[in-house]
Ligand binder design. Structure first.
Ligand SMILES: NC(=O)c1ccc[n+]([C@@H]2O[C@H](COP(=O)([O-])OP(=O)(O)OC[C@H]3O[C@@H](n4cnc5c(N)ncnc54)[C@H](OP(=O)(O)O)[C@@H]3O)[C@@H](O)[C@H]2O)c1
Length: 242
């Protein structure tokens, strides 16, 4: 389905982004796998893609590193851009630090904004841009999640605005909002079996999310059938948040 198309996945080395890289690659796309620190994980994804994928690196909390990465990609035409990289940190009221505040906002909000800003000249007419948001942007949860949730609500706001801004180029911009997904990001939280089981029970469909759930929706948004959808944030949480 994606033969002849090029896809850049920001945060493609692990977790949900890894699943997206593998699915896009399986559908024939040329995948460019981005990573931050974990070169080994990115190389593993490249290996699973048959060794032909390109690998690029940048800390998206550092705008100049994003610019340097896109300088390396000059001349590439992007049909698909998935902005998946992000961090989860607790930010309890009265117990947070400036370092944590900056890390969450710089990575989850400013990072995606600057990625899209730098990617814009490379995006093909009719390209698909997909942000990975979270249902945490839609609900309040006690327990130090305010800033993470705020950055994800902001990603949804970026999505709506970019959709209108890029519509003249027929570029579709959407977000996907997963609920809990079993990845490195949630591994610590779910290392306690009781916490895991409690979270699983709150999923009406009886299981936690896996990266493939999100990857399948990315594929749909890249397809002809997804061709009249823009500016949306699609809840892919198995009924965890409705
Ligand atoms: N897991 C969940 O339950 C869940 C739920 C809803 C939404 N999400 C969102 O889905 C996205 C992916 O989450 P995940 O669970 O797959 O996380 P993960 O397994 O921890 O993977 C994080 C990915 O982001 C990259 N990354 C982290 N910080 C970065 C930085 N400063 N600059 C550039 N890249 C950076 C990592 O690169 P390295 O491998 O090089 O470190 C890795 O590829 C995030 O935006 C997250 O907020 C996750």
């Amino acid at each position: 389905m994606l033969h002849g198309k090029t896809a850049l996945v920001i945060g493609g080395s692990r977790g949900i982004g890894r699943g997206i890289c593998l699915r896009l690659g399986a559908e024939g796309a040329e995948v460019i796998v981005h990573y931050h620190r974990n070169r080994k994980a990115a190389d593993e994804v490249r290996g699973l893609l048959g060794g032909k994928a390109r690998v690029v690196q940048a800390d998206i909390a550092q705008p100049e590193q994003i610019e340097a990465m896109f300088a390396q990609l000059a001349g590439v035409k992007l049909d698909v851009l998935v902005i998946c990289a992000g961090v989860w940190r607790a930010s309890p009221v009265g117990g947070s630090t400036v370092a944590v505040m900056n890390e969450i906002v710089d990575t989850n909000l400013k990072g995606p904004f600057w990625v899209l800003n730098c990617a814009s000249p490379l995006l093909a007419h009719g390209a698909r841009v997909i942000n990975i948001s979270s249902v945490a942007g839609r609900i309040g949860v006690a327990g130090g999640r305010s800033l993470y949730g705020a950055t994800k609500a902001a990603v949804d706001a970026l999505t709506r605005n970019w959709a209108l801004e890029l519509a003249p180029r027929r570029i579709l911009v959407n977000a996907i909002s997963p609920g809990y997904v079993t990845t490195d990001m949630t591994a610590g939280h779910f290392s306690d079996p009781a916490v895991y089981e409690n979270a699983r029970r709150r999923h009406p469909l009886g299981r936690m999310g896996v990266p493939e759930d999100t990857a399948g929706v990315v594929l749909f948004l890249c397809s002809e059938d997804g061709g009249f959808i823009t500016g949306q944030s699609i809840n892919v949480s198995g009924g965890f948040v409705v």
